[in-house]
Structures are given as structure tokens and as C-alpha cells.
Design a protein around this ligand. Structure first.
Ligand code: FAD
Length: 493
């Protein structure tokens, strides 16, 4: 190579290194995409380049480096979905530009926070994903005891940062779940009976609505929208920031688990339903079963106690030694560690069919039915868990937020996970049949973040008496239903 060519090529390499990934990417001359209503259309290279150059981070299309890794979410059941565009956002301008592009080109849009939506609505085939998974900042203000959390943060980010200052926001139980999706649907976890749902601790959100405007919603500003995002899910826009009230708490929480022979499962569940309803709000009470692929069954019941530790002995004694546990332990655990204790049982990339229903009037026949169908299959891990609501959740009116299930007593979640894509059809069918047999014993209502394959009619009914007000909000903020991949509130046309 001549010296002059070498210098030119060296400059080229150096310059390329400084070109943002989004602009260096090669885009196809034409890209087939789906419109908002599912009609095929074509985007031209120039249009794609316009979007790419408006983003500070990368725009991925099929064939881009890391496209295959970045398109996947937690539930491997949706691994075959191939979005046409993944707009990776790292700030509010990125989100605004992505929303404007999607609206202008009338694209099918999925919004991704932590990527844990079980029903897979944060990834779409041939549409556009607005991906916030790199926006994970958490900013704690110790004076006001509040935290501002970016729209792609995970629970581990919030828990870890809060606990650095001895503060906590009640949220979920698996540390790699997204804060935004969990909050917008309600937010249940081990501190919910003491401090309420996550939405009961939400003070405000910054949200980019379908018109591309950034709005602040709180009790004082856009209060109607603030009401709607507390239970109305991702229906009203892309949330860039959530602000929470924090509580002084930690560093430890008392945790207790009792393990039983599977032959004792029926007694155990009957006792759970008898004893869990009227415990003090410092307790979170749960029961569950699982069978691993190797056939090892786990049948267990337990609680966490978040009250004063000097009263723990007296408070917890009535709940211990029930039935004939094979083993039982009660220990103080660091709160952040507790919050990741079941992470490994909820690994990324497996395929999951899991859903939930509320239970208010317990009929032991429900347990009989669950146990009868609880067969071991070496290709599958079965899981089932019950948690008790009540406490601080029930102290809020059904219409105070968009979350209408304040008087629900228990939440049942049941399903399975597996690794082989070739088994998916069979196991999804298995899950559906299983649930068909359980539904006669449960309420029709469900926790909106535990949806799997519910019909639009079931989703609409689940918003109960809040539905009409939610439709009015949808008409105001997203009249064309740009944000439709969620537990959708259909605007009135
Ligand atoms: C392993 C596991 C454990 C769980 N444990 C709990 C638990 O303890 N408590 C509990 O309450 N729930 C729990 N869930 C359910 C969880 O709340 C929902 O799956 C929730 O949707 C996850 O949020 P995400 O941001 O990770 O999801 P994503 O898949 O990223 O998003 C799901 C939906 O949320 C909306 N969304 C997400 N981010 C944004 C945003 N920034 N702006 C606007 N809309 C957004 C979109 O509509 C999207 O379709 C669990 C789920 C899993 C898979």
C-alpha cells in the first residue's frame, strides 16, 4: 500500500471509530414492516437513516450486529419474534424521536422496559421496539426520601440504591424484573401488605405520550393521567422516569420457609387459606409447589416479617411448626439478598407458560384439582404459588387508582417452564387445559401483570368499574391506540 493510501485508510478507520454506531450501520434499501393495524408496508433506507440519525444510541434492524441478542426478552417462548426496528433509547429525546417516527409512519409499536412481560408484548414481529433497557439510572434523594428511576431500570437497581441509604420502595420479588412494567401494572411483593402496592408509592411519572410530548403526571399536574398510569399499564405512552416515595427499612428482613412431603400438600394449602387472611400487615404469607426436571418436588409455605425485630419471636411463633414440616428455617436475611433469592428459578431464555387468577372464596376442591393434574414431566419444571393480598393494599379505594382489585384476598399463579422450542406447542396446550380446569374455582379477575393469553373481552372486564374512565383517558392521550401491545384499553372510535 502506498503511503498516501495508507494514511487515507488510517484516517478512514479512525473516523469510523468516531461515527456513532447508529450512523455507521448498514440499512437495507427497503424494509418490510407492519403498520399499527398489522398491514404490511415498506420503509425506505432514507427514512430508516433519518430515524437512526435522530437516536444517540443504535437503531438495530435484522442483520445488525447484536440484533439477535437484543431482540430477545426474558420469556424464550417469544424468541421467534423479529422486530423490523429496535430503537435503543438512552434519553428522553431518543424516546420522543422514536415515538414520533412510529406515529408518523403508523408502525406497530412495542415498548420494552425490563423485558419481563410474560405475555411477550414488549417485542413484536416486524414492528418497532422502543427499547429502554439501557436507561437504568436510579437517583435517591435522602432529604425527601424519594427516588427517581429511569424507565428501563430493574428491581435490583432500585433495591440496591435505596438500601445504600437504608430506604426501600415496595416492589417485586425477582431482581431482574423491570421497574416500569411492574409499576404500571400495580406492583406486588413482600412489602405490599405493609407499604402498599408499588403504585401506592408512586409520586409522579415523566411520560412521552402518542403525540410525542413529554408530560409530567402527579397528584398536582395531569392528575387524570397520573391516576391512569397507576394500574393502566403501558397504555398511555412511554414512561421515561418514575418517582417514588421511599420508607426507612432494612438492612434485614426475617424470612421463614417450611418444607413438606408432597403427600401433605393438601393439608398445607388448606392451612394456608385458613391462616393467612388475618395476619398483621408486617407479614407477607405465601405457599407454593414446584417439580424440577429431575423429579424433585418442593412443597412449601412461608412468610417474611418486616416488623420490629425485637418483637419477631412473639409475632412469628403462631405461624411456625404448622403441620409436620420436613424442615423449617427462620432467619434474618439481608433485604437485597432476599430480593434475588429466587432469581435462578426464573432464568432468562427458558420458555414459560404462566398465568394467574385471583381467589376470594377458597374451595378445597381447587387444591384437589391442582394436585390431580400436577404430573411430573422430565422436560418441564412446574411451578405454582399463592400470595396473600390485604393489608395496606385493601386500605385504598378501588377507584383511587386505576387498579381495581383492592379487596382481593389471594393471588394464584401457576404454569411451567422448559427449554426445547419443540415442546412449546404441547406445553402451552397443557397449560391452557390445566387453567381451564382451575378457572371454576377462581375469580374471573387477575393481576394484569400476570396475563398470558387472555382475550380482549377478559382484559376489558378486568379493569372493572375503572374501565370507562380509562377509555376516556385513552381517547385523550392515545386516540389511535399507538400503544396497543399491552393489556389494552381500546379507545372509543
Ligand atoms: C420472573 C418474573 C417475576 C415477576 N415477579 C413479579 C413480582 O414479584 N411482582 C409483580 O408485581 N410482578 C412480577 N412480575 C410481573 C411483572 O411485573 C411484569 O412482567 C412486568 O410487565 C415486567 O415489567 P418489565 O418492564 O420487565 O417488562 P417489559 O416486558 O419490558 O414490558 C412489559 C409491558 O410493560 C409496559 N412497559 C414496560 N416498560 C415501560 C415503559 N418504560 N413505559 C411504558 N410502558 C412500559 C409495556 O406495555 C410492555 O409491553 C414478574 C415477572 C417475571 C417474568
Amino acid at each position: 500500500m502506498k503511503r498516501r493510501d495508507f494514511v487515507k485508510s488510517a484516517i478512514g478507520v479512525a473516523a469510523a471509530a468516531y461515527i456513532p454506531a447508529s450512523q455507521a450501520a448498514k440499512f437495507p434499501a427497503e424494509l418490510l414492516v407492519l403498520s399499527r393495524t398489522g398491514v404490511e408496508k415498506v420503509l425506505k433506507r432514507g427514512e430508516i437513516e433519518d430515524l437512526a440519525s435522530s437516536l444517540r444510541r443504535a437503531l438495530l434492524v435484522p442483520g445488525s450486529p447484536r440484533y439477535n441478542e437484543e431482540r430477545k426478552i426474558w420469556n424464550g417462548l417469544w424468541d421467534d419474534r423479529r422486530p423490523a426496528l429496535i430503537a435503543q433509547c438512552i434519553d428522553i429525546s431518543d424516546i420522543i424521536n422514536a415515538v414520533n417516527f412510529a406515529r408518523t409512519h403508523d408502525l406497530l409499536v412495542a415498548v420494552r422496559g425490563g423485558g419481563h412481560g410474560i405475555s411477550g408484548q414488549s417485542v413484536c414481529d416486524r414492528g418497532m421496539v422502543i427499547d429502554l433497557s439501557e436507561m437504568r439510572g436510579v437517583y435517591v434523594d435522602t432529604k425527601t426520601r424519594t427516588a427517581k428511576v429511569e424507565g428501563g431500570a430493574l428491581l435490583q437497581d432500585l433495591d440496591r440504591e435505596g438500601q445504600s441509604y437504608g430506604l426501600v420502595c415496595p416492589a417485586g420479588v425477582v431482581s431482574h424484573t423491570g421497574v416500569a412494567g411492574l409499576t404500571l401494572g400495580g406492583g406486588i411483593g413482600i412489602l405490599m401488605r405493609k407499604y402498599g402496592l408499588t403504585i401506592d408509592n408512586l409520586l409522579s411519572v415523566d411520560i412521552v405520550t402518542a403525540d410525542g410530548k413529554l408530560r409530567h403526571a402527579s397528584a398536582d399536574e395531569n392528575p387524570d393521567l397520573f391516576w391512569g398510569v397507576r394500574g393502566g399499564g403501558g397504555n398511555f405512552g412511554v414512561v421515561s422516569m418514575l418517582e417514588y416515595r421511599l420508607h426507612e427499612f432494612g438492612p434485614n428482613i426475617l424470612t421463614s420457609s417450611s418444607f413438606y412431603e408432597q403427600s401433605q400438600a393438601k393439608d398445607m394449602f388448606n392451612r394456608f387459606f385458613e391462616n393467612s387472611e388475618n395476619v398483621p400487615n408486617d407479614f407477607h404469607i405465601w405457599a407454593g409447589m414446584s417439580i424440577q426436571e429431575n423429579g424433585t418436588p418442593l412443597t412449601m409455605m412461608g412468610f417474611t416479617y418486616a416488623g420490629p425485630m425485637d418483637q419477631a419471636d412473639r409475632m412469628t411463633r403462631p405461624l411456625l411448626g404448622q403441620g409436620k414440616p420436613v424442615s423449617e428455617f427462620t432467619v434474618p436475611v439481608n433485604y437485597v439478598k432476599q430480593q434475588s433469592r429466587i432469581d435462578a428459578h426464573n432464568a432468562h431464555g427458558r420458555s414459560y407458560y404462566i398465568k394467574g387468577r385471583h381467589v376470594n372464596d377458597y374451595d378445597p376442591a381447587m387444591t384437589d384439582n391442582i394436585l390431580e393434574r400436577w404430573q411430573h414431566d422430565p422436560r418441564r419444571v412446574n411451578t405454582m404459588r399463592l400470595v396473600t393480598f390485604g393489608g395496606a393494599i385493601a386500605e385504598v379505594d378501588n377507584d383511587a387508582t386505576a387498579w381495581p382489585h383492592r379487596q382481593t384476598k389471594w393471588d394464584l399463579e401457576l404454569g411451567a417452564s422448559w427449554t426445547g422450542a419443540e415442546d412449546s406447542e404441547e406445553f402451552v396446550e397443557w397449560g391452557r387445559d390445566y387453567w381451564d380446569s382451575i378457572l371454576p374455582y377462581t375469580e374471573d379477575s387477575f393481576y394484569v401483570n400476570e396475563i398470558m393469553d387472555e382475550t380482549q373481552a377478559e382484559i376489558t372486564a378486568n379493569y372493572e368499574s375503572n374501565h370507562q374512565r380509562l377509555v376516556a383517558l385513552k381517547n385523550t392521550y392515545d386516540p389511535k391506540n399507538l400503544f396497543r401491545l399491552n393489556a389494552n384499553i381500546r379507545p372509543k372510535t
